[in-house]
Structure formats: C-alpha cells, structure tokens
Write a protein that binds this ligand. Structure first.
Ligand code: NAD
Length: 280
C-alpha cells in the first residue's frame, strides 16, 4: 500500500513541530510494532493560521530537522487536496471545521486538540458518522492508554475510595482540567459505572463542606515548561494508592498520533479511541 499522505494542522505550534518530526521519521517506513494499514507516511502539507510566524517556512527546518521541501501554508483547502490524513493539534473550533472537511473528503482525522465543548464533541461525532475516520484522544501516548485502563480497574476494585486527579502543565496551556485529566476521570467513572459529568468536582474554593462521597475531584497546577504530569489518587481508610504518569517529551504524543493515523487508514468511517488503536 502507498505511504499515507499526512497534513499536519497547527504546524506552527509546540505539538505541530513534534508531529512534523514524527511524520518525517516514519516516511517510507512502517511504524515499529504498529498494526499499520498503510506503508509508512509522508508529509503532504503543513498548515497553520494566517499571520503566524511559521507560514512560508520549510516545515522540516521549522521543526528543527532537515528541509522537507514542504512550506507551511495558511490555505487549508489547498493543503487537503490529495491528502489521506490530518494530524490535528490545534484549537476546538479549528478541529470541528477540519472534521467536517474530513467527512466530506473521507479522510483520516487524528484529533489531539483538547478543551472541546459538548457541542464540539457532538459535531466531531457527526463528522465521524458521515465519512471521517476520526481517532480522538486527550492523550496519544501509549503509557497513558495503559494507565487509563489501570485506573478503570482500580476505581472498580476500590469502589468506596475517594478519587482525586491532579495535573500540572506548562504556563502556556489554555484549557483546564487537561484533556488527559478528563480522560483519566472518564476511565475512573467507567470503573465506577457512573457519569463523569454528574460526579465530578472541577474546582474547590472557600467553605466547601466535607467531600461528597462518590465524586471524582480535579486539581490543576500551571507553571514553567512541564510537558504533562498526571496523578490519580485513590484515598481510602489509612492508605492511598497513586497512579502517576510523567510526560518528558512531546514525541510520545506525536508518535502515538502517527501510529493512530496508520491504523485508522484501514478502518471504516467512525469515531475511535487509542484503546481501539492499541487493541486494549
Ligand atoms: P500551541 O498553541 O503551541 O499550537 C497550536 C497551533 O494551532 C498554533 O500554532 C495555532 O496557530 C494553530 N491553530 C489554531 N487554530 C488554527 C486553525 N484554525 N488552523 C490552523 N492552525 C490553527 O499548542 P500545543 O501545545 O501544540 O497544543 C495544541 C493542542 O493539542 C492543545 O489543545 C493541547 O492541549 C493539545 N495537546 C494534546 C495532546 C494529546 O496527546 N492529545 C498532547 C499535547 C497537547
């Protein structure tokens, strides 16, 4: 099968650069250990918003590797002509618009963007129903996919322990709690067979009263250049279990996104998760 032709959306961002490097590293190769449905991938285009500093630069040079002969453009429609897949770490509105384009064109759409509203998620699900092959995850690292499964099991086994989710990210992050914290919250809620929306405490301030049993609490820290730290704490009588993940480099997300794109190329249109990609 031919190499997957990938468009990196949000190419001028922190994850965009990591995604360009990941696609370039896998050009012409099958991903190690991946159940790939295409033979490697090639950078078809790299796109960002009009007016960003990256526009017009060679994508490879911008991402700190060799020149790739692909200039970062602000013309999404031209970028998508002839493409197979979009790797999209941008912003909620951009991801919804891209999902609609992916549905029309029958493309793979890998969505790493976090901070989506319920309406955004509904629009993305609709795009997946009508032609897009979407893999959406708040965290594309393999370690986090495994951790989420462990959290689900622990939450089920320790049914009356209090669950608190603590996260820390760099000082440029714009949404809270992080997509990963919410992903872990969903895993814990699934283990308890409850809805996260109706059982989560996202903020505490002032005279809150005692902790309500059965809720899942969130706490958010921001500072420095932290790529992403997450802890799920299960606190019971006289003991605490902590399940932790520390992201040291954005490469883990970019490699997972590339792997998801190769996997999704062989799937029917639909909305998939990293559990589907990894067969967990
Ligand atoms: P960033 O701000 O560095 O980059 C985002 C880029 O998207 C910017 O260059 C911005 O100009 C661009 N963009 C915004 N709207 C656009 C549009 N309409 N068209 C094209 N480009 C557009 O942010 P980042 O740190 O790279 O993170 C991006 C997103 O990915 C955030 O939502 C973040 O939380 C998320 N993220 C997800 C994972 C994961 O594994 N799922 C990991 C890290 C970050």
């Amino acid at each position: 099968m031919a190499a997957l032709k990938v468009v990196v959306a949000g190419a001028g961002g922190r994850m965009g650069a990591a995604n360009i490097r990941a696609v370039a590293a896998q050009a012409g190769l099958s991903l190690h250990g991946a159940v790939a449905n295409a033979s490697g991938m090639t950078l078809h285009a790299a796109v960002d918003r009009p007016g960003t500093a990256a526009i017009g630069q060679d994508a490879g040079l911008f991402a700190g590797i060799e020149a790739l002969g692909v200039k970062i453009t602000d013309d999404m429609d031209v970028a998508l002509v002839g493409a197979d897949a979009i790797i999209d770490f941008t912003a909620p509105g951009a991801s919804v618009a891209l999902a609609q384009k992916a549905a029309l064109l029958g493309l793979v759409h890998i969505i790493g963007t976090t901070g989506c509203s319920e309406a955004d998620d509904a629009a993305i699900a609709e795009a997946a129903r009508t032609g897009a092959r979407v893999v959406k995850s708040g965290n594309f690292s393999m370690g986090m996919a495994v951790l989420a499964n462990l959290v689900q099991k622990a939450a089920a086994a320790l049914a009356d322990y209090d669950i608190e989710i603590l996260e820390m990210h760099h000082n440029k992050k714009v949404d809270a709690p992080s997509g990963t914290a919410l992903l872990l919250g969903e895993a814990a809620a699934a283990g308890r067979k409850i809805g996260l929306k109706t059982h989560s405490v996202r903020v505490r301030d002032g005279h809150t009263g005692p902790r309500e049993a059965g809720t899942i609490g969130f706490a958010t820290l921001r500072g420095g250049t932290v790529v992403g730290d997450h802890s799920v704490i299960l606190a019971g009588p006289s003991e605490r279990i902590e399940l932790n993940h520390r992201a040291e480099d954005r490469t883990i997300f970019a490699n997972g996104a590339a792997r998801a794109a190769l996997w999704a190329a062989g799937q029917a249109p639909g909305l998939y998760s990293m559990n589907d990609v990894l067969g967990l």
